[in-house]
Design a binder for this molecule. Sequence first.
Ligand code: ZN
Length: 325
Amino acid sequence: MISVYPWLAAPWVRLASAAQQGRFPHALLVTGRPGLGKAAFANELARFLICDTPVDGARACRKCAGCTLFEAGNHPDFFSLSPGEDSSAIKVDQIRALSEGLTMSRHGTGFKVAILNPAEAMNINAANSLLKTLEEPTDNTVLVLVSANPGRLPATVRSRCQQLRIPAPEHDMAIEWLTKQVEVEQPDVCLSLAKGAPLLALELARGNALEERARQFQALVGVIKGSQDPISLAASWSKEEDLTGLHWLREWLMDLLRIRLTGSTRGIHGIDLAEGLQALARQMDCKVMFGQLDRVGRAIQMAGSGINRQLMTEDILLAWAAGTS
Ligand SMILES: [Zn+2]
């Protein structure tokens, strides 16, 4: 049984039994939203497949020569590919080096394992090069592709992998785990904001994200009241590398629409801001909210393409101030 996170136990059991029956896939695509522990799962899987003497055929022994080398980070049968420091892409040279490494005879008695994370970071040449390896797998080799956005992988790569989706845990299991990790006043809020992903919820609980988010919500209310300048708020939001402000705004808009359409705050993500959201929902027109949601979604999507973030954010906040779409 996997010991990393309790919600990984079910997918683990499925894979371990496939390994016991000698029908482990040559290539596995591990998917799931951020914050569910995909990387930890892949790493534990590699450890298990490389172990020379797995316990009950279901987990790594953590004692053998293979486990010791793996733990030290220098097992010759293990390959880990991520974008290099100077790049956001996994490049074709990395895939070629991997393919060469996989053709060598193995060092231990377990599998040769490669983890590609995030797999969608492969550029098109790299993906094409990997296809050859996927089409003609070498013996005792397992490729583990990890991706939160499998849709960005070429269909030809996806179709040659067995997919394994890591599901979000049951609410009670997630809350129990979260409260064991950290002292947190509002575990439900953190988990709700993380959309049920426990590792993201933990990040929120450890940081001051909740306070900061409440401050930004008040700033947004201030924009409507005229007490907050939308241009200066846009300047501060567009400086954030991951556009946190816009991501929050998108969630609030979805919450506002839910409140307007159902007449209730049940099921909203921002349960800590329910009162403020309810007041805003009363003031805003559904059509305006849909228009805003569309703008914010486009701005987030285009942010990586070099379009001026500040101008886009200004547009959104000016429209928000005017209460028009
Ligand atoms: Zn071992």
